[in-house]
Design a protein around this ligand. Sequence first.
Ligand code: PMV
Length: 360
Amino acid sequence: MISETDFILDSYDFSLENGLVKWEAPSNIALVKYWGKKENQIPANPSVSFTLSDCKTITQVAFSKKENSDEFSFEFMFEGKPKLDFHPKMQQFFSRIYAYLPFLKSYHFVIDSQNTFPHSSGIASSASAMAALSLCFMDIERQMKPMSDDFFTQKASFLARLGSGSACRSIKGNPVVWGAHKEVEGSSDLFGIELTQDLHENFSNFRDTILLVDVGTKQVSSTVGHNLMHNHPFATQRFAQANQNLSEMLSVFKSGDLDKFIAIVESEALTLHSMMMTSNPYFILMKPNTLEIINHIWAFRNATKIPVCFTLDAGANVHVLYPDSYAKQVSEFIQNSLSDFCHNKQFIEDKLGKGAIKLV
Ligand code: PMV
């Protein structure tokens, strides 16, 4: 079993003066949710997600050797402009990953990041952002020490996890499992792994349309949310349920049983929100329009028998999931019936993707 220390390299074979790397990493949407964590971003239960295609972060890192190695030195820019309010988060990320990337204090970094989705959309960009940045750092490390593709991917996911837990699922495509699970060989609490089994054709090009119900900043940060699972009265049952739902989801990926898929995905979304409603303090993260949308999806599914369902993150926005073969009908339904419940009628059409890509 791989442990944290396996990600610490003894020495580097080559030294670099300067350079530039660039990666894009996608967002992901959890089907079985991660909610609750232990020390050092270790998940309380395993989760599985679909990797998206078009919602992504593109990050470029220029690096140059500096005189001393006393402290971290970086500039962070968002869409080409300095973004000072992101510095504390970046500083914290550097500190967390320094033990695994000892070169970090020897260079000055200019990090320039941009998202393909509107940054005021309320979509969590931390997963794609932390994944893209981790891949850039791993790319630099790989230039100093040749390594296998598997090690590169695992360590990139491991580092991304330290930035934002769910970010470790944003490196690869196919469904990604994060968290040790008895039925998933090689699964680990330390990083996400791509499932090697074939995905049933019902899921090829599977669609995710993200309905932007609330575009403000998050009412409850995910750190606060995860912490509410400590001493939560239903925590033990919830973690057991997630393990069970992941087992069942693995069968669904093989069988393509969409009714079962819908039952697991919607229950997971509502359970996540139930955990928030039953924690101390308690929160309601849905908005009235979130419920309107859910009810409309249920009515549409009943009337048409089209296997469309919803999932939610820890917020009010709704992800509408459906097979590619029904894209036309569901698109029309979203445009005609659901967009009225969105902020400025905004929604983002996305689909399953293949994972991060090296650009430079
Ligand atoms: O990665 P974090 O700490 O922002 O947590 C994300 C948690 C959920 O999005 C609600 C669920 C998940 O598994 O992605």
